[in-house]
Design a protein around this ligand. Structure first.
Ligand SMILES: Cc1cc2nc3c(=O)[nH]c(=O)nc-3n(C[C@H](O)[C@H](O)[C@H](O)COP(=O)(O)OP(=O)(O)OC[C@H]3O[C@@H](n4cnc5c(N)ncnc54)[C@H](O)[C@@H]3O)c2cc1C
Length: 432
């Protein structure tokens, strides 16, 4: 795999995922003019799930990937399976009312079942662990929020897979002095996201999807009812429909999309294999803390701690990613002070103003992105919903169209500093 390609930035080549990736065939680069029913920009989970389900409907599908399959966010994330959306159930009810909130939440829950079913059906070897997800409270005042969220899940969402941990119970679960309580969702867990994504790509090829790598889409021309044309440096694809699935790395193809997502860099390390990893996290849980700028961590199958923490609101990578993440890791686990890191990398998370994904359509062009840090499984669901909409069943898509996130104020140039200011304020609040 190329180390300096379109989606190879922030040291993806040095990630634990790249080091443990399943073998994958080399796909061709697009050359010349071709036509098909559906052209998809982006070979992450959104694009590949859309491709798979569209191909199963009998459509001819081409996927254009600027870099390597899975080297975007889908193959380099924390691998945390967190059911639901980035906005909690209670907040959804407050913003949308009971009926809409319940419908949206229930739909989002399908993502977890979909991914588990795909892993089993397609026999994807991706270390899937359905061990639960723990959200750790840093302040006692957050425990009331946890109680309220659990009550909302129970009474409004009919979702009864969560339990609250007190100070002693959370210390048994995670060996950090930081947590004063916890909120466990038993339907959560974790997986190897790159191998999951490569597994989806394998299934796509088997279903007849043509994947072109090293083929960045440079322009998109919407022809209304006549379809769309996407051009790359070496060719053009004409199709009845196009799907934009480029998430944080997508630039320039659609003003509507670009105004609604903000890319924020986030960094991860993997320690060397630990002598007694279970002493850090019991029960192999995936763990997130309750900061606005979250720290998240879990164990790998070979006994490492995989820890994500810290965000930077500049496109420049820190000179030493490991050194950048270390204070966050050691704040959570002081007992690991000085532990060697074998891997350190980063990725671009795409955030929306409402923290709800942006999924919708514009004539022949459909799109899905902006999962706001919680897209490891939602992206597969979004891809499936887009394919269903093409097939005449837009019920799921419409749920998300109704909550289209607002554009960031001030256009791309002005919105960036405003957003940075806003995020920096929350980061400061975390610190205080
Ligand atoms: C560091 C990090 C940690 C995260 N941790 C978690 C987590 O633990 N749990 C969770 O739920 N979510 C997490 N997320 C979020 C999650 O990874 C994403 O929401 C999800 O993977 C998005 O999938 P996608 O397919 O839409 O985008 P991507 O996987 O980014 O795929 C988009 C693809 O499109 C390609 N592309 C873009 N523009 C073009 C173009 N013009 N032409 C051709 N190709 C193009 C890119 O190269 C890329 O391969 C994390 C994200 C990051 C970055």
């Amino acid at each position: 795999m190329s180390a300096d390609g379109f989606n190879a930035g922030l040291d993806m080549g040095r990630s634990w995922y790249a080091a443990t990736a399943a073998p994958s065939p080399e796909d061709p680069t697009l050359a010349g003019e071709v036509s098909c029913d559906l052209v998809i920009v982006g070979a992450g989970c959104t694009g590949l799930a859309a491709a798979l389900f569209a191909a199963r409907q009998g459509r001819s599908v081409i996927v254009l990937e600027g870099g390597e399959v899975g080297w975007g966010a889908s193959g380099r994330n924390g691998g945390q399976i967190i059911p639901g959306l980035r906005k909690g159930a209670l907040e959804l009810v407050q913003v949308l009312g009971v009926e809409r909130a319940r419908a949206l939440f229930t739909l989002a829950l399908e993502a977890r079942h979909l991914v588990v079913d795909l892993v089993r059906e397609l026999e994807i070897d991706c270390d899937l662990r359905l061990t639960g997800h723990l959200l750790g409270a840093l302040k006692r005042s957050q425990m009331q929020d946890f109680e309220d969220e659990a009550a909302c899940l129970d009474t409004i969402m009919n979702y009864r897979h969560v339990r609250i941990l007190d100070r002693l119970e959370v210390r048994d679960a995670v060996a950090t002095p930081e947590f004063v309580g916890g909120f466990v969702d038993e339907m959560g867990g974790h997986l190897h996201p790159l191998n999951y994504t490569l597994g989806l790509a394998r299934a796509c090829r088997a279903a007849g999807v043509q994947i072109f790598t090293g083929s960045p889409a440079l322009s998109l021309e919407s022809l209304g009812p006549k379809g769309a044309v996407v051009s790359t440096p070496g060719g053009r694809v004409r199709a009845e429909h196009a799907i934009l699935a480029g998430d944080a790395l997508l630039q320039g193809l659609s003003a509507r999309v670009n105004r609604r997502i903000m890319p924020v860099a986030n960094y991860i390390v993997a320690t060397e294999p630990l002598k007694n990893p279970q002493a850090l996290i019991a029960g192999d849980l995936a763990v997130t803390d309750s900061r606005f700028v979250v720290d998240y961590f879990r164990l790998t199958r070979d006994g490492r701690l995989l820890f994500g923490g810290g965000e930077r609101y500049t496109p420049r990578s820190p000179p030493d990613i490991g050194a950048f993440v270390r204070p966050y890791l050691e704040r959570t686990f002081p007992q690991l002070a000085g532990v060697p890191f074998d891997h350190a990398w980063g990725g671009m998370v795409s955030i929306t103003l409402s923290r709800l994904p942006h999924i919708g359509r514009d004539g022949p062009v459909l799109f899905a992105h902006g999962y706001s840090g919680q897209g490891a499984i939602l992206s597969s669901l979004a891809g499936k919903l887009l394919a269903e909409a093409l097939d005449g069943n837009a019920a799921g898509l419409e749920q998300f169209e109704y909550v289209e996130p607002p554009a960031f104020p001030g256009g791309r140039l002005l919105s960036w500093p405003l957003h940075v200011l806003g995020m920096a304020w929350y980061a400061l609040r975390d610190r205080l």
